[in-house]
Ligand binder design. Structure first.
Ligand code: GNR
Ligand code: NI
Length: 167
């Protein structure tokens, strides 16, 4: 296993739309395991493949609290098949946008269909932090970021700050 460098703003790779995975082969399993190690090391509660520069529809998640047993989740080609009616507001962060927090209102519950590490189709109904994190990760697969929920003015300020840092 290996930790991978996490891509940050303003890298345009983060805006790419990721392609579906055709087959969960050895290389995909290795990437998923490296993504989990990278996420735990960061530390974070989720990671999309595009954040390590791979434009494939793969995400890893673990929203277990510190001190609780690890509860890694790996999703290939995830699709949201149902969203709850009620919403919740949560202050989100992103490993690709260090030190920025954005209050985001999203559906409180979500049902997602995906292929697991063994290549088997699964469905999962999630709520709370896991539901929030799943929606955050699926946004990455379509090139969407938490700053897209800000006004244009605030978004431009964040982007300018990261462009300046990158110089
Ligand atoms: O580690 C992360 N924490 C987090 C907190 C609130 C809502 C979403 C997240 S996901 C984030 C890791 C990340 O950037 N995943 O793409
Ligand atoms: Ni993120």
């Amino acid at each position: 296993m290996a930790t991978l460098p996490i891509i940050t703003l303003p890298d345009p790779v983060l805006r790419k739309i990721s392609d579906p995975v055709e087959r969960v082969d050895e290389a995909v399993v290795k990437l998923m395991d490296d993504m989990l190690e990278t996420m735990y090391a960061a530390p974070g509660i989720g990671l999309a493949a595009i954040q390590v520069g791979v434009p494939r529809r793969i995400v890893v998640l673990d929203t277990a609290d510190e001190g609780e047993p690890k509860s890694p989740l790996v999703m290939v080609n995830p699709e949201i098949i149902a969203l709850g009616q009620t919403t919740r507001m949560y202050e989100e962060g992103c490993l690709s946008i260090p030190d920025v927090r954005v209050d985001i209102e999203r559906p409180e519950t979500v049902t997602v269909r995906f292929i697991d590490r063994a290549g088997k189709q699964q469905e999962l109904a999630a709520d709370g932090l896991l539901a929030t994190a799943i929606q955050h990760e699926l946004d990455h697969l379509d090139g969407h970021l938490i700053i897209d929920f800000l006004s244009r003015l605030k978004r431009d300020i964040v982007i300018r700050k990261f462009k300046k840092q990158a110089r």
